[in-house]
Design a protein around this ligand. Structure first.
Ligand code: FAD
Ligand code: FES
Length: 351
């Protein structure tokens, strides 16, 4: 057994014992320390940390989640890291994001609705059930968080962010359909109302940050809308007064979804403006031709007060948006994001 000491951004030290034969996420879980993780197969980078001391072996990390230069600099994916000595780690989040106790891997939920919203987006609605009684239950979460959902009958889990508010009785997910994807195929071919699913969570550190009356700009690539929508819906319910802009971008007109719902949301929330960008085949005059990054840049250039920026979507879109935000003076500490790394896609890149 080795001693692992993990330091959080706010200077807390969390220690746990780890065995050489188990990855660090699993060892921590066995000692009731719930560190952030998602795919648990080296594909999503949610569990990335910096090793500042000690020896380890890294197995099966994908290059997309852990590029070679980061690996050389001592970064690791904890779900793929096997200790070979005592270790010290720096975690890129604060101690409030670590929970202690048994991880809730026992949630179940019944599918209430599954429907396609566009050529590559599905909506999945699940009614969660209490593990002990099987009765419908409301699961508390922070807007921006996600659940892991199992493809029934397999041991394959995928992470999906909630689009609904924590107060709602049902969980709503907006899911991109990827050709040949495990979960995508399940949605298209197996999912149906009444089918019972296993869930674990909620997890994740993406969420609204307190910063007075600073404007909030939200940028979503495709189904990256999900956590962003949860946050904006929550802002509306709680009466948050900040100037709020939502930028949604899709590649093709036939991929667009929720345009009408977003317009309705903006009509009912006076501090919200919605901008939709479509790269190819603009479906209506209410949408702009081009990328969501270009649209954001236009607004940042004209902004009187530098906003906090919240981003969610595929890795390429996030990187381009971060670069634009920095260019127009948004400090790095005020850009918050969640990358939707496709677990299987990352693994394919590694292979
Ligand atoms: C924290 C977090 C939150 C997320 N939230 C959302 C969300 O709200 N909405 C959303 O849409 N997504 C979200 N994602 C992404 C999501 O978890 C899935 O990874 C994604 O939906 C792909 O799942 P899949 O099973 O359909 O495809 P996968 O099975 O992961 O496959 C993805 C693609 O890779 C290809 N592929 C897989 N394996 C191979 C291989 N060996 N060789 C070649 N090609 C291969 C598949 O054909 C497919 O096209 C989130 C990810 C994270 C990390
Ligand atoms: S949880 Fe470790 S890479 Fe996804």
């Amino acid at each position: 057994m080795y001693k692992i000491t993990a330091y959080t951004e706010d200077g807390e030290a969390i220690a746990f014992e780890a065995s050489a034969t188990e990855d660090l996420i699993t060892s921590a879980l066995k000692r009731d320390v719930i560190l952030l993780s998602s795919c648990r197969e080296g594909g999503c980078a949610t569990c990335k940390a910096e090793c500042t001391d000690g020896d380890y072996e890294l197995a099966n990390a994908s290059v997309q989640a852990l590029p070679p230069n980061e690996e050389e600099d001592g970064f690791v994916l904890l779900c793929c890291t096997y200790p070979r000595s005592d270790m010290s780690l720096n975690l890129p989040y604060t101690s409030e994001r670590i929970s202690f106790g048994k991880v809730n891997t026992n949630w179940q939920g019944d599918i209430v609705r599954v429907e396609t919203l566009s050529s590559n987006v599905a909506r999945l609605v699940i009614r969660p059930l209490a593990p002990e009684t099987g009765a419908p239950v409301r699961i508390g979460f922070v807007p921006g968080q996600y659940f892991d959902i199992e493809v029934p009958g397999t041991d394959v889990w995928r992470s999906y962010s909630m689009a609904n508010e924590p107060e709602d009785a049902e969980l709503e997910f907006l899911i991109r359909l990827l050709p040949g994807g495990f979960f995508s195929d399940f949605l298209l071919n197996g999912a149906a109302p009444g089918l019972r699913l296993r869930l674990r969570g909620p997890s994740g550190i993406f969420g609204l940050r307190e910063n007075g009356l600073k404007p909030r700009y939200f940028v979503a690539g495709g189904t990256g809308l999900s956590p962003v929508l949860s946050m904006i819906r929550h802002m509306k319910t709680e009466g948050h007064p900040q100037e709020t802009k939502l930028f949604l971008g899709v590649t093709h007109g036939h991929e667009l979804f929720y345009a009408k719902s977003l317009r309705e949301l903006a009509a009912s929330m006076p501090n919200l403006e919605v901008y939709i960008s479509v790269m190819n085949g603009v479906p209506s005059p209410e949408c702009t031709a081009g990328t969501v990054v270009d649209e954001l840049a236009k607004h940042l250039k004209e902004a009187k007060h530098s906003p906090d920026v919240y981003l969610c979507g595929p890795p390429g879109m996030i990187d381009a948006t971060i670069a634009a935000a920095w260019k127009y003076g948004v400090p790095p500490g005020r850009v918050f994001y969640e990358k939707f790394v496709a677990a299987g896609g990352a693994r394919a890149a590694a292979e």
